[in-house]
Design a protein around this ligand. Structure first.
Ligand SMILES: Nc1nc2c(ncn2[C@@H]2O[C@H](COP(=O)(O)OP(=O)(O)OP(=O)(O)O)[C@@H](O)[C@H]2O)c(=O)[nH]1
Ligand SMILES: [Mg+2]
Length: 294
């Protein structure tokens, strides 16, 4: 049997369901998912291991335009992944499409690599899909257009076969039992950041980074993983909001995040959270780099 290896990128506007699809494809909660746009800030790589193929799936930040340095860094991530990928899934949310943005993204993609993936199949009728597919075919000249639901697992296995069909033969580059190469401390920081997205309103999610100050693995004497993490914001007023009245908000963020980190690593976790102010960090290229967003 021939063996295929390749990289597939998931790109698209914020909130179209890229990270949900990554998680469905690898079968793990690898990338954080929230109902808010611009949740993902990194290139997140998941690995699908099959008898006939190893597929590296690259999740990306949502494609949008902004002159803010943090957003510029996120766009650089998208552009780099577009260069790296053998196949590119341009994902669309049929009920929330910005035609201009999608055209600008489409123009950055080598045409022979693209599969248009209409996600959230559960939100449209078959007729609506047919109409959309016809206009994408006419306007963009794309032949391969599929409809899936990442959330409800509709059409996902068909999409995997289309991706593999386009790969050339090659050897697996990653261990056959790995679903990611991201270290646990990175995934733990992302879990805390997801709770900030879910629990905090207004601008807070967009000026928050999470830094792991200490990550101590369990030892023979102590079976608990100790994690000290800083929730980094830009101003004292934002710090007060994250802490909440009598510390209630940060406590709730910590409780929810700890349970998820325990699920991830399968051991007890002691999670200590702080809030730290780093003035204007989202505008400072060095700081953005320090938090791993470049
Ligand atoms: N109804 C429906 N909702 C979905 C589907 N797939 C994803 N969603 C929802 O869409 C929202 C955004 O999902 P994400 O996976 O975070 O989207 P994303 O494209 O990674 O977003 P960014 O990281 O912000 O670019 C979440 O509330 C998901 O539950 C789907 O097939 N159907
Ligand atoms: Mg995402």
């Amino acid at each position: 049997m021939s063996f295929k290896y390749g990289h597939v990128a998931l790109v698209g506007e914020p909130n179209v369901g890229k990270s949900t699809l990554l998680n469905k494809l690898v079968g793990e909660q690898l990338a954080i998912v929230t109902p808010k746009p611009q949740t993902t800030r990194h290139r997140i790589a998941g690995i699908i291991n099959r008898e006939d193929a190893q597929i590296v799936v690259l999740d990306t930040p949502g494609f949008h335009f902004s002159s803010k340095p943090l957003n510029v860094a996120m766009l650089e991530v998208v552009d780099n992944v577009l260069q790296e990928a053998d196949v590119i899934c341009l994902m669309l949310d049929p009920k929330a499409m910005n035609a201009q943005l999608n055209k600008r993204l489409f123009d950055r993609i080598p045409k022979e690599k693209v599969i248009v993936v209409i996600n959230k199949a559960d939100t449209i009728t078959h007729d609506e899909f047919e109409k959309m597919a016809t206009s994408i075919h006419t306007d963009w000249g794309v032949k391969e257009i599929v409809v899936i639901s990442a959330l409800h697992d509709i059409g996902v296995s068909h999409l995997i076969s289309l991706i593999i069909d386009r790969f050339t033969e090659g050897q697996a580059l990653y261990p056959r039992d790995a679903y990611t190469q991201h270290p646990t401390r990175f995934l733990a920081a992302e879990i805390v950041r997801a709770q900030v997205f879910l629990q905090m309103g207004e601008e807070i999610p967009y000026i928050t980074a999470v830094a792991i100050d200490e990550f101590r693995e369990p030892t023979a004497e102590n079976s608990v993983t100790l994690i000290r993490a800083a929730i980094v914001v830009e101003k004292e007023s934002q710090k007060a909001m994250v802490i909440g009245k009598h510390g209630a908000r940060i406590k709730e963020i910590g409780v929810k995040a700890r349970l998820q980190i325990e699920d991830l690593i399968g051991s007890k976790v002691f999670l200590e959270l702080f809030v730290r102010v780093e003035k204007q960090w989202t505008k400072d290229r060095d700081k953005i780099k320090e938090f791993g967003y470049v």
